[in-house]
Design a protein around this ligand. Structure first.
Ligand code: DP6
Length: 332
């Protein structure tokens, strides 16, 4: 019997209202609702080949054979899919991203979204995107959002323990607004503390964790309303607040993702605003700063961020499309 092959492309997404913290029961259910923008400029392509001749799963990322945790997280998603679909075959997984992995540019979001869709396609399963989103969420909650394009919401998990599906859904298509995101890359290395570990530490040790859990749904509701009204300034201000509150809770537990360049970039964004340029910053589990702006201000934002020592490059992104199947040959 020959291999069953599927491939998919997914863009990364950047949360504007942040998921930070998990429900205290198994299944990787987020403790806060989140709202993200899928970004066209950050892309992962993944091919999955289930093959009865393979003795185990293999995973190659950016041309490098992966072992340890990276391989285990891929196998874990495939195990859940094998259990649901009744297949016993192992798979060869090959993946390529056009940006650095594990550096806070949400590589796990596009990575697990592309993996989930490619694996479902490889097995010829007729699943809707919601079901694929739930499969991806159980590996990495932000990945649930990358199945969809434009602006995407992932609700918090129920307070009572559950195993029920929890999927993301699109709340506005990519063309809903013309806003841009300038990504200021602050170094290309892997982050010292992964998001799961950072969240766990925040939950255990932050005196502000409960305050964050109480605040996050309010910031989220504000973002959803501002998006529906296409109110850029209100949306941007709420996004920056959500990011700062998330990092405040993490910082108080000793979980520090900022570098000097992060703080410099944040203050450059605030200086732009004082000068009348509407730009708003958000940061995730890494030092990079993503700046939301209007297209006519993108050049001014780039000009303000580029000279900052430690900012190695900038990327410009727009709201992108959701994940889609591709020809396996596109993965190489
Ligand atoms: C700060 O989705 O990477 O980017 O579910 O443990 O894999 P796991 O976490 P992950 O966390 C993302 C955290 C964030 C905010 C966000 O994307 O909502």
């Amino acid at each position: 019997m020959s291999a069953r092959v599927g491939a998919a492309l997914a863009h990364s997404n950047i949360a504007m209202s942040k998921y930070w913290g998990k429900r205290p029961y198994p299944g990787n259910y987020p403790a806060t609702p989140s709202l993200s923008m899928t970004v066209d400029a950050l892309t992962t392509r993944t091919r999955v080949a289930f093959d009865p001749g393979l003795p185990r799963d293999t995973f190659e990322l950016g041309g490098q054979k992966q072992t340890g945790t990276a391989l285990a997280r891929v196998s874990d998603l495939l195990d859940r899919l094998r259990a649901e679909s009744g297949t016993l075959e192992f798979a060869e997984v090959v993946s390529k991203s056009d940006f650095p992995a594990s550096a806070g540019l949400a590589s796990s979001a596009s990575g697990f979204a592309a993996l989930a869709l490619a694996a479902v396609r490889a097995l010829g399963l007729d699943w809707d995107l919601g079901r694929v989103s739930d499969l991806a969420r159980r590996s990495s909650a932000s990945a649930a959002r990358s199945l969809f394009g434009g602006f995407v919401e992932l609700p918090a998990g129920p307070t009572e323990a559950t195993t029920a599906p929890l999927a993301a859904s699109a709340i506005a298509p990519p063309g809903h607004v013309d806003w841009k995101l300038v990504v200021a890359v602050a170094g290309e290395g892997a982050k010292p503390v992964g998001s799961s570990a950072g969240m766990e530490q925040t939950g255990k040790a932050s005196p502000y964790y409960d305050a964050w859990l109480a605040f996050a749904p309010r910031a989220h509701a504000e973002l959803v309303e501002a998006l529906a009204a296409r109110d850029f300034a209100r949306f941007g201000a709420a996004a920056e607040e959500s990011a700062l509150a998330m990092h405040a809770s993490a910082l108080a537990a000793g979980v520090v993702y900022f570098s000097g360049a992060t703080i410099e970039a944040l203050s450059a964004v605030r200086a732009l605003r004082s000068g009348g340029v509407l730009a708003y910053a958000t940061m995730d589990a890494g030092p990079h700063v993503k700046v939301l702006c209007r297209p006519s201000d993108a050049a001014a934002v780039v000009a303000a961020l580029r000279p900052i020592p430690g900012i190695t490059r900038t990327l410009e992104a727009r709201p992108g499309e959701g994940a889609r199947p591709i020809d396996p040959k596109e993965v190489g």
